[in-house]
Design a protein around this ligand. Structure first.
Ligand SMILES: C[S@@+](CC[C@H](N)C(=O)[O-])C[C@H]1O[C@@H](n2cnc3c(N)ncnc32)[C@H](O)[C@@H]1O
Length: 190
């Protein structure tokens, strides 16, 4: 089925698929596995020679992701870790093709537990040195849970990136009032 650009998660999958489909030995990271949809997508795209490492701080998210991949996953190419993504540096051993953040809170669960700008930025700082030259980081960010605080801080942080070394792309829907999500993409300008 055609993916809708107006659904930020669908657009993220569309862009990742367009860039990495058919490549071997793909290394993906899902920094916020939640209900597991992004991890499932990345696992199926990575194929048997690829690897996906997924993180979340909530046991419910870990269980939902494991269950989704056990039922719908095509490959045994993933590891799901219960830890905060701010500690991603402990787990990184090789360069990565793409990393995905889907910020905010876990749907159909506790809305009081959500991503925080300082830990997101800390995790971005650890990830950047591990990006392949063709690597990208995709960040879907929301405004409703914290009145736009996280988007504002991430935007400020990304604005400081060296323009010769990185392209930072910002995609937002401009004709909706109900605080639609926004997508940031960081890619190396190599
Ligand atoms: C919008 S949901 C993610 C949706 C998910 N990618 C999917 O496809 O269903 C955001 C998730 O971020 C998780 N989260 C919040 N803070 C985190 C942190 N410091 N490290 C890792 N995960 C975190 C929440 O527990 C929640 O499950």
């Amino acid at each position: 089925m055609d993916k809708k650009y107006g659904q930020i998660a669908e657009m993220t999958h569309f862009l990742i698929e367009a860039s990495y489909s058919g490549k071997k030995d793909l290394k993906f990271i899902d920094l916020t596995c939640g209900n597991g949809y992004d991890t499932l997508f990345l696992s199926n795209l990575a194929g048997p020679s690829g690897k996906v490492t997924a993180f979340d701080i909530q046991e419910t998210a870990i269980e939902r992701t494991k269950s989704l991949l056990q039922n719908k996953g095509k490959f045994n190419n993933y590891v799901i870790i219960k830890d905060s993504h701010e500690f991603i540096g402990k787990y990184l051993t090789e360069k990565i093709d793409a990393a995905v953040f889907n910020l905010g809170y876990l749907l159909q669960h506790n809305k009081e537990i959500y991503t925080k700008p300082d830990t997101t930025i800390c995790s971005l700082n650890s990830l950047i040195p591990y990006l392949k030259d063709s690597g990208r980081i995709y960040i879907a960010a929301y405004t409703a849970h914290d009145k736009g605080c996280e988007i504002a801080k991430i935007s400020e942080y990304l604005n400081s990136f060296n323009k010769k070394e990185y392209n930072v792309i910002h995609i937002k829907i401009i004709n909706k009032e109900n605080t639609p999500p926004e997508l940031f993409i960081i890619e190396k300008n190599a």
